[in-house]
Every structure is written in C-alpha cells, then in structure tokens.
Ligand binder design. Structure first.
Ligand SMILES: [Zn+2]
Length: 338
C-alpha cells in the first residue's frame, strides 16, 4: 500500500497547484488556485469512448493529469467514483471505466509517473463536503455532512471538532446509495428495482435520478428521457402520479436522515445537493420536510420546520463545487483516517 505523499523538501506556501474535478463526461482542471480560469476537457471515459479498452482509458487519464500538473505541484483530484481516500485506489466507476472494471490504484500510477507532484485523490462527495463546510459551518457546528442525490447517491460526514473524516478499512465512508433502501410498507411500484450495481432494492434503485425514472415507469408515467423536465412541471400542476412518484422516491431518503440523526445526534448540519435535489428544487425540499415532520415513534417524534431549517441546507446548482472543494481539501487530508 502506498503511503500518503510527503511534502518535498523546500516546499513553500507559494507552491504550484493543480486541482481537477473528474467526472464521467467532463474533467475540469485549474492551475493557479481559486479564481484562476477553469479548463474543461472531455473525460477519457467509457461514457465518451464506449469502444476503447479500459487499460487505454486509464492510460489516457494518467497522461491527461500528468500533462496538466506543473512541476513540483500539489495536486488535488476530486474523483466521481468510490475511492480509497488513503491510497487513491478507485473501486468502481461505471461512467469512467465500465461497471465490470477491477479496482485500480490510480494514485500509485500518478506517483510513479510524476514523483515530483504531491498527489491527493478524494471522492467528489468528499470534495463537495470540503467546499460546503467553508460556506455553511457555523460556530458550534460539531459534525457536518453532505448528501448528493444525482445519478448516484452518497454521503460524507466530517467531524469539525477533531477535523476528521473517518473512513473504513477500505478507505471508504458513506457509500449509502448501495445500501438497502429503508421503506415502510409494501409499495409494489418500488419493489425489486435493480440498482446500477446490479442488486435490487438499494437506496439508489429508487431514489437516484435513474431510480426515479424506474419508479416512474412502474407507475405508468410515460415521460421517457423528458422525465426531469416533466416532473417539476407536473408537481407544480398537482398531478397525482407525479406526487405519488415523489413521495415514493423521497421516503427512503427521509428514513436515511431519521437514521443518521438517531445514530449521530451531533450531526448538526447536512447539505443536500446533486441533480435530483437541484432539478426539483423546492418541491423536493418540501416533500422531504413534510415526511420528516411525521412522527415515526418515540425514537423519532417528527421534526418541525424550525428544527429542520437549522439542520438542512438544500443546495442549488453551482452552490457546492467539487473543484473548489479539491482546492480546499488540503487541510482535511491529515484527518482522513481509518
Ligand atoms: Zn447498488
């Protein structure tokens, strides 16, 4: 296992930097820190190059990043995949390399090719959290999290008091999209749906963007690829099928939040973002708050509007930026610990 890179001798605060936010479709790169221009390139990904072998896609990725890194730079990469935060091993990224791809130690390859650069690799949700913290943490905030609901679902929680982001023995935290969806009562429209990972009834099976489309198909909603545009308008019109769809798809997210607050009473602030939250905006926020207001049991007596307003932040488009988060991740790196 590769140890985190030590800072080269002679490092100064003025060291060159590279930040990158690598997604399935686009890679955004910035040298020169916050405020400098952002370069946007098409990612060397399976999504963009369906016929190209995964070994070549990975080599293209390494070439692209090595070409972008200034000599002796501190490079912070935000990666749209489950990743071992301590080594840079990428576990799974269907958009980048296909669902069948074996884990790949991208960090080790980058360090081999460009040993002059101090590479750090984090998941894009971790980077988003680092950005969210700067904008939203208040005096007295103890633990703070960021939940993204988009093509996938993932959560990251940081402890502000100790400045730590704990990870498990594989360097992961909060890959909740691939846990069983917590639902109450049988809803046949929502049962047995397959997740992107191939398993049925995961949280992402029903609550991610593709998950909402799966439930919509079960409900007989025939919006096709126009669903993300149809749904907000239909909700605004009070369409009963649209309301039922939102209710079914929000419920496992509400139950996830109930569980988080039950297990971690010091989770003082949680940001919610990603394409689903952004696209549905106030409709999504209102439905989630409505469900969370309902009492479940003495363990969860329901949360009123003021309580929720103190703890939930619904992030609009562009409000949280993983590229900026990558630039802000340095102060967190010593605290990403097993
Ligand atoms: Zn899954």
């Amino acid at each position: 296992m590769t140890a985190p890179p030590a800072a080269p001798p002679g490092t100064t605060a003025a060291r060159a930097t590279l930040a990158a936010d690598i997604g399935g479709t686009w890679t955004r790169l910035r040298t020169g820190g916050p405020g400098a221009p952002v370069e946007r390139l098409r990612s060397p990904s399976r999504l963009n190059h369906p016929g190209r072998p995964v070994t070549e896609l990975r080599a293209d990725m390494v070439d692209m990043l090595c070409a972008a890194a200034p000599r002796g730079a501190a490079a912070a990469l935000s990666f749209g995949a489950a990743i071992d935060h301590l080594t840079g091993t990428v576990y799974g990224s269907a958009p980048l390399w296909g669902a069948e791809a074996e884990p790949y130690d991208l960090g080790a390859e980058l360090r081999r090719r460009r040993p002059d650069v101090a590479w750090s690799l984090v998941n894009d949700v971790t980077a988003a959290l680092a950005d969210f913290v700067v904008e939203h943490a208040r005096h007295g905030t103890r633990r703070i999290g960021y939940l993204t609901i988009s093509s996938g679902i993932a959560l990251r929680v940081a402890d502000l008091d100790s400045r730590r982001i704990p990870v498990d023995d594989r360097g992961l935290q909060g890959e909740v999209g691939h846990l069983p969806a917590m639902v109450t009562g049988a809803a046949p429209e929502r049962t047995g749906l397959l997740c992107e990972c191939g398993a049925p009834d995961h949280l992402a099976s029903v609550a991610s963007g593709p998950g909402i489309a799966r439930v919509a198909a079960r409900l007989g909603i025939d919006a096709g690829p126009g669903l993300p545009a149809w749904l907000p308008a239909a909700l605004a019109d009070g369409d009963p099928a649209a309301r039922r769809l939102l209710e079914l798809c929000v419920e496992p997210v509400a139950n996830l939040l109930r569980t988080l607050w039950c297990l971690d009473p010091h989770l003082d602030l949680l940001g919610l973002g990603g394409g689903v939250v952004e696209g549905l905006g106030a409709r999504y926020a209102d439905e989630l708050r409505r469900q969370l207001a309902a009492p479940a049991s003495y363990a969860d007596p329901g949360r009123d509007g003021a309580w929720l307003a103190e703890r939930l932040v619904f992030c609009g488009p562009g409000a949280v930026d993983p590229l900026q988060g990558a630039e802000r991740i340095g102060r967190w790196l010593p605290g990403i610990v097993r």
